[in-house]
Ligand binder design. Structure first.
Ligand code: COA
Length: 633
């Protein structure tokens, strides 16, 4: 029944009556399947690490963050857990069985645990934003022109996905799983009362439209001609103009803001919203679109210095109900955001993919927008983009008001600082034969230690894409070696030579942990797997997971990620702990873009202060290396 409804609706969207009375049907380009599958089949399966190895490594990561008494207690619990014939061994066998039976023992569990069961709003708490360099326009024509080019660029990238000709990516000389690229277009999240789901348009019925939102009003814009060719930039521009001039009223209900609410509340509001047939069809049209383009109203003016930080909040939450937060559908996987004031970026719903595939799409699109348009525009008149209607009942109105209030609280609570660290980039650590990523992570450890005189559990994302359907594991950047280095750095009793040795050791340890993580041998997903196996087996929860140390280890005061890009952009995301920081960075050759976030409701954290400390830490580390000639070591 559902699928018949969905098909009927899709048909309604496909057929448009031309002024001359002839039907023009946008046609999706033909797919050329095959290459993707053969590549995927050659990828190895994610291993299950050895139990003893994980227990030993877990203890080592606890050492700098818990006190001796807690550590000794955890040691005892772990000894009991891993003894021959014990609970650990039984759970490990269960995991190994699961690994034999599935393509990836972790991926479904991870999707559910990290995303679909997570009940906080996706805004700030899960969905990252990407800030692109400010564009050189400040009017509506510039906005439309750039939006048209951007859409054409994304469709060009989509052709590579459809033809399965995306160049295979590599990490550490190994081919990576490309599955995430096939999940980011034509997909959406659906809220549930207890658990969400994530969906993709059926391959046999690919959508031919995108959604465009302006002044909180959504439009269906067909982006293919009847011969399956994508609309040209000029055609897209003309269509966007039509959208713009049909949505000039600014008093519309911001229906999209519903998607920003806490997931259970949104799940309830969603069921209520789609009871109405018109609403349901409109929601389906947004969900099934290839992606969404948000044409934003100008945000408050700020100085050039503050521009990137302001753009980051625009990408993360839209600025609140007064500004652009209602100009979104936060459950759509990909939303490109273009402001009339030259601001540009995107936000994405995290469940289907990590940052790197998103940023590689961005790199392609940015290059595409720089090219001059060579394609001749067909002279066929195009139909009016279809405005999506919503019937707002008093109950829906109430839900919108609640969502607005909650959104405004989130907006006030989020503190974001974007900086361009212009003193050096990957070049300096490389000259000193150090991994740039490890060097930056040690800078973060030093900055945090200087601010709080203690070390904290630190998360850095490591890609598991060497394995089929791989997502991420955690690099625990706070280690015994990082703690030794940060404690020595400002100790006047220590010689520079010793500090350099400790820095080198910490960098090497970080790089070694990274290698271990990307090869599927880190501890965090393994421990999570053992815990979920216990839940699945209905056995009582092993004590190691109810231990204070486990809580401390998973309270990430620093949640960090490197998302490198060719474009001079930066990804940003919110903290994962109420008293923590979110730090994302794009290390370029000669400079590094950082986005630091914190919550205003926590008196102890401050994004700008952390960013300053980080700059100082990196500069001091370079100074240390440069003022301690190798010959003296
Ligand atoms: N001496 C000189 N150069 C070195 C070096 C050393 N000792 N160690 C590394 N380098 C070089 C590398 O060869 C590389 O060179 P390139 O710029 O020519 O490519 C460069 O320095 C970067 O290496 P490094 O800084 O060590 O990091 P990486 O590129 O290996 O990335 C991770 C490390 C953890 C970021 C990566 O493995 C990863 O997992 N990325 C995915 C993260 C993710 O999914 N994030 C998104 C979450 S939403």
């Amino acid at each position: 029944m559902l699928s018949i409804l969905a098909r009927t609706m899709a048909k309604d969207l496909w057929y448009k009556v031309k002024p001359c009375g002839r039907l023009v049907r946008p046609v999706a380009p033909t797919r050329i399947p095959g290459r993707y599958l053969s590549h995927q089949e050659g990828l190895p399966k994610l291993p299950v690490p050895a139990l003893q190895q994980t227990c030993e490594r877990y203890l080592a990561t606890l050492e700098p963050i818990v006190d001796e008494e807690e550590l000794n207690h955890t040691k005892e619990l772990l000894a009991e857990f891993q003894k021959a014939g014990g609970v650990g061994e039984r759970l490990q066998k269960g995991l190994e069985r699961r690994a034999r039976k599935t393509e990836n023992w972790l991926s479904d569990w991870w999707l559910t645990t990290a995303y679909l069961d997570y009940r906080m709003p996706v805004v700030v708490h899960s969905s990252p934003g990407v800030v692109l360099p400010r564009l050189e326009f400040s009017d509506r024509q510039g906005q439309m022109r750039f939006a048209a080019k951007l859409i054409a660029g994304v469709l060009d990238f989509k052709t590579m996905i459809d033809n399965e000709t995306l160049p295979v990516e590599y990490l550490g000389g190994k081919q990576l799983c490309m599955n995430q690229y096939y999940q980011i277009l034509s997909s959406w999240r659906v809220p549930g009362l207890k658990r969400d789901s994530v969906n993709h348009a059926h391959r046999s019925r690919p959508p031919t439209h995108i959604t465009v939102v302006h002044n909180f009003q959504f439009f269906v814009l067909d982006v293919y001609n009847s011969d399956g060719t994508p609309l040209t930039v000029d055609q897209l521009y003309m269509q966007l103009e039509k959208v713009w001039s049909s949505s000039l009223q600014t008093n519309k209900e911001p229906i999209g803001i519903l998607t920003s609410n806490q997931r259970n509340s949104w799940g309830k509001a969603y069921n209520n919203l789609i009871k109405d047939k018109t609403n349901k069809d409109s929601v389906r049209a947004i969900q099934k679109s290839i992606f969404t383009v948000c044409l934003d109203a100008p945000m408050p003016c700020v100085s050039d210095d503050l521009y990137r930080s302001r753009a980051a909040v625009q990408m993360l939450h839209g600025g609140g109900s007064r500004w652009n937060s209602g100009n979104r559908w936060f459950d759509k996987t990909l939303q490109f955001i273009i402001g009339e004031d030259g601001s540009c970026g995107l936000m994405y719903e995290h469940a289907p993919a990590e940052g790197p595939p998103i940023v590689s799409l961005i790199d392609h699109v940015v290059e595409y927008t720089k090219k001059s348009e060579m394609v001749r525009t067909p002279m066929v008149p195009l139909p009016m983009p279809q405005k999506l209607r919503f019937n707002i009942t008093p109950e829906i109105k109430k839900d919108i008001e609640k969502a607005k209030q909650n959104m405004n609280i989130m907006v006030h609570d989020l503190d974001v600082k974007v900086i361009v660290f212009s003193h050096f980039g990957k070049n300096v650590p490389k000259t000193h034969k150090m991994s740039p990523d490890a060097f930056i992570q040690m800078g973060l450890q030093l900055a945090y230690y200087r601010m709080y005189q203690r070390c904290c559990a630190t998360y850095e994302s490591a890609s598991l894409r060497m394995f089929k359907l791989g997502r991420t594991d955690t690099i625990r950047s706070c280690s015994i070696d990082s703690a030794n280095f940060v404690k020595a750095m400002d100790d006047p009793a220590k010689q520079n030579i010793e500090k350099v040795t400790l820095l080198e050791k910490a960098v090497k340890a970080h790089r070694a942990y990274t290698d271990m993580a990307i090869h599927g041998q880190a501890i965090d997903r393994h421990l999570l797997g053992l815990k979920l196996q216990a839940i699945e087996d209905l056995t009582s929860m092993p004590e190691i997971f109810m231990d204070t140390s486990y809580a401390v280890a998973n309270h990430y005061n620093l949640s960090t990620s490197q998302v490198p890009a060719k474009t001079d952009c930066v990804m940003c995301f919110g903290p994962v702990a109420p008293d923590g920081y979110g730090v994302c960075y794009n290390p370029m050759a000669e400079h590094i873009n950082f986005a630091v976030s914190a919550f205003n409701s926590c008196n102890e954290t401050n994004a700008a202060h952390m960013a300053e400390r980080l700059e100082q830490a990196l500069l001091d580390m370079r100074m240390l290396l440069e003022s301690t000639p190798k010959a003296k070591l």
